[in-house]
Design a protein around this ligand. Structure first.
Ligand code: OFO
Length: 171
């Protein structure tokens, strides 16, 4: 059984994961309209992953005797200044998510809720990968600069970056 305090904190995380999914979905749609098909596929996939993060939390809360609350969401921005600023926004957002996960872990330790603490370790590792991936994408974009040919290849190959980061080559 989770305490009301942990339930509330976990539901705040449900909201954040749902917001992440929504933001990446808006980014994916923008990229698709702009003709960046690889970037768009990458972001649609990322949006789906965030929804899974949200669902995992909802199911955990319910299994532990709480009630996973499905939140109301704000409309994300429809316009982005370009692919690099977009990924800088992704990185900043993921850093924020990591900070929130760390706060949650801290609450669990203070409340001596080791079950939830253990459950959250998956999110801790996931955040390391997500930040590494966003940094890797930004590094590539910095290298490419204004080179259109380079950007064409980047857009074509962006989905393979994720596999490289997951395989531990994210640095
Ligand atoms: Fe990328 O945030 Fe979920 O965990």
């Amino acid at each position: 059984m989770i305490s009301p305090k942990i339930e509330k904190a976990l539901n705040q995380q449900v909201q954040l994961e749902a917001e992440s999914s929504q933001i990446y979905l808006a980014m994916a749609s923008w990229a698709e309209v702009e003709g960046y098909n690889g970037v768009s596929d990458f972001l649609y996939k990322h949006s789906d992953e965030e929804r899974i993060h949200m669902l995992k939390l909802v199911k955990f809360i319910n299994e532990r005797g709480g009630h996973g609350v499905i939140p109301k969401l704000e409309q994300p921005s429809m316009k982005y200044k370009g692919v690099r600023p977009l990924f800088e926004q992704v990185l900043n957002h993921e850093i924020h998510v990591s900070e929130e996960i760390n706060k949650l872990v801290d609450i669990c330790l203070k409340e001596k809720d080791y079950t939830t603490h253990n459950f959250l370790q998956w999110y801790v590792s996931e955040q390391i990968e997500e930040e590494a991936l966003a940094r890797r994408v930004i590094d590539k974009l910095k290298l490419i600069g204004d080179d259109k040919g380079g950007f064409y290849l980047f857009d074509r190959d962006i989905l393979t970056l994720e596999a490289a980061v997951s395989a531990g080559k994210g640095k």
